[in-house]
Structure formats: C-alpha cells, structure tokens
Write a protein that binds this ligand. Sequence first.
Ligand SMILES: Cc1cc2nc3c(=O)[nH]c(=O)nc-3n(C[C@H](O)[C@H](O)[C@H](O)COP(=O)(O)OP(=O)(O)OC[C@H]3O[C@@H](n4cnc5c(N)ncnc54)[C@H](O)[C@@H]3O)c2cc1C
Length: 382
Amino acid sequence: MKYDVVVVGGRISGSIASLYASKQDINVLMIEKNQEIGTPVQCAGGVSQSFFKTLEMKPPQKLICSEIEGAVLHAPNGEKFITKNSMLQGYIMERKMLDKTLAIKSAEAGTEIMLKTQVKDLIIEKGQVKGVIVRHQGNLIEIPSKIVIGADGVESQIARMAGLHDGYNPHDLVSCAQYEMVGVDIHPELLEFHFGYNQAPGGYVWIFPKGENRANIGLGIRYGDNPAIYHLNKFVSSLKGKIVELNVGAVPISGPLKKTYSSGILLTGDAAGHVDPVTGGGMHLSAICSSLAGKIAADAVICENLSSSYLSRYEKEWKKRIGKNLQQSLKYRTIFDKLDDEELNGLIKFLNTNDFKSLSSLSILKLAREYPKLFRILKNIL
Ligand SMILES: Cc1cc2nc3c(=O)[nH]c(=O)nc-3n(C[C@H](O)[C@H](O)[C@H](O)COP(=O)(O)OP(=O)(O)OC[C@H]3O[C@@H](n4cnc5c(N)ncnc54)[C@H](O)[C@@H]3O)c2cc1C
C-alpha cells in the first residue's frame, strides 16, 4: 500500500479533504477508526446555507430535518428575544447521514476508505512526515504517503505526533451532552438558546428543531462541579417528550492552532481548532478549510513539493478566508465570558427594547446607567 495522500479521520473534515484531493488525479486513502462513517454523532446538525455553497453542492433534501428562519434567545430570567436575522438562516441536517453522503461522494471521486483502522503513529524521516502506521484487523501496517492530512477531531493524536499541539487546557474545551427528543413542544423553524450560569455554566443550552415535535436538545459547559449530562437532565426534566438518542462530545473554543502544517502534513477541522469560539460551530469552517487542505495537498503532490514552505500556503489561504472572523469571534467570546446573569438579562432586555438600526443616544445612556458593566462590554462590540 502506498498513497499520495492519506487522510486520518472519516467524518466531515476527512470526507471533504479526501473529496477535494481526489478531484485531482492522485491516490487518496481515508482512514477511520470506527466501523461506520458518521457515528456516534457529536453534533446538533445546525449548518448555514453557505456550507453547501462552499462545497458547490445542493443541500441533499432527504437529509434536511428543518429549515431555519431565526432564533429565540432566552435570558436567565426567562425574558425572550426573537430574531429573524438572515445570518441565522440555514438547516438542521441529519448529521450522521451528511457525513456518510460526503464520504460516498469522496469514494465516488476515487478515495479508498479503510474502516475500523486506527492510526497509531506517523512515519517521520528527517522531520518530514512520510506516512502512517495503522492497526488494522489486529496487525500493525505501515502505509507510506507523500502527505498526511490530520482530520481526526478535537483530541487529534496526529497534531500531537507531528509536534503541532500538546493538548487543550480544560477551560478551552466545552463539554457537551445532547438528547434527540420526540414529542417536544418547539418552534419548528427557530433555533432556541437558553443562557444562564445555573443552566449551562460557561456555555448555553440549545434546542435545534428536527421537524414537528422533534429536536436536538443539548448544552455545553465549561465550569462547575457537575458534568454536562447532569445539567441536561435538569433542563429536560421540565419538558414533555421522550429521549431517542444521546450524544456527548467536546468542542475546542480557543481558536485555531498556532500552526496547522509542517513538512508532509496538514491539519484541518476540529484537529486544527477550526471552530467558531462563540457558537462552537465547526461544520462551515470545516467546509472551507478541509476543501483547501485537500486541494493544496493534491497540488503539492502534483508539483512534487512536499516541503513545509510549500504547504504554508494552506494556512495563508484559510487565514485569508476565515482568520479575521475567528479572531473577532475569539474576542467576543472573551467578552461574553465576563457577562453574569444580571448582564445577560440586561442584554436581552436591551435587544427587546431597541432597534439596532435606530439606536438613540437616549437608549444608550439608559443602558449605561442601568448596566454600566454591560455598557462597557458592548462598547467593544458595537
Ligand atoms: C454536541 C455537539 C454539538 C455540535 N453541534 C454543532 C452544530 O450544530 N453545528 C456545527 O457546525 N458544529 C457543531 N458541533 C461541532 C462539530 O460537530 C465539529 O466541529 C465537527 O464535527 C468536526 O468535524 P471533524 O471531522 O473535524 O472531527 P470529528 O467529527 O471529531 O471527526 C474525527 C474523526 O476522526 C476519527 N479518528 C480519530 N482519531 C483517529 C485515528 N487515530 N485513526 C483513525 N481515525 C481517527 C474519529 O473516529 C472521527 O470519526 C457540535 C459539536 C458537539 C460536540
């Protein structure tokens, strides 16, 4: 076995990277440690319309559970703010099938897929990554390749083995738990977010509709003595409905890794920290970065330049596309971290009583008097 590009991880980032690498005439292998693509699910399935535009494909109708028109924000004191901002418009997808659909597209484009195969180590010679060592059906096998793409998620071992990351500190990770529930009373076309320290310390609760009376209901936390599932059980205890699936997972929210390439290797998706630090969403960023990773890896193979300096164009490209937004989002997250429940109540009240397009100096003065800390924080955003 010998490949031009080996992609480690077979979910969304791996499938997109291998698809874009296979669009060119090279040999691509995608390796996934699980026996099935897309499971277990670690996602609420919320994706923007631009996800599909980036991938130049139509949203697969069968996989759309609901079309989203806006969101309801719930303050800790129960006050609601409803918005139909166009930025929120998108879909709730059946995520496990979306990953599989992208893997199928990739296989159809030429990618070979090895399942139930775990990458145990990188082959590195004189600082150049030259392939992977896998455990497959009980045997250790060396698979040489010109480029390795690490798309192995938040706990990326590939990033560690390549010396590009040595792990997150606990506050940089959001610990999540989610139930898919049926028979629940929801807004079928609106996302719902609940904020408050008691409900989700350092994070938020989400309700993502999957059609009439069906939803992914989950939360992420960063602080406190109790695990995410404890807070989730507390939240759903007041809801009518039945649980049909449980998903757990962690989301990195400290922004991208300092370096996402080296000689013979690229990192993408959660493995590279390509996740929005405010929302925790990674799918759209993965569409942008993983397609670039696949394309640039194939270019490097074709022009026989696997050096770190050639591959640095990957990082330049993704930074050009999303670098500024990620930096801004990181700044907003640090700002939101400082808001306590009182200020969150003030923020929702402020949103309810003001139209941003016609903010008067009187309303801003009122806010400054009532919530001075919130005012100082918002001054940095507006
Ligand atoms: C509860 C939850 C809800 C979320 N909701 C949303 C949402 O609504 N919208 C959104 O945009 N984002 C959401 N996210 C974030 C989003 O799911 C991730 O950003 C995205 O799944 C990252 O995809 P990935 O392919 O990079 O990594 P992963 O999905 O983690 O895939 C990595 C793959 O690599 C495989 N792997 C790992 N190590 C090895 C190895 N050594 N050898 C072989 N294979 C290996 C794993 O088995 C896995 O299949 C959510 C996350 C969580 C936890």
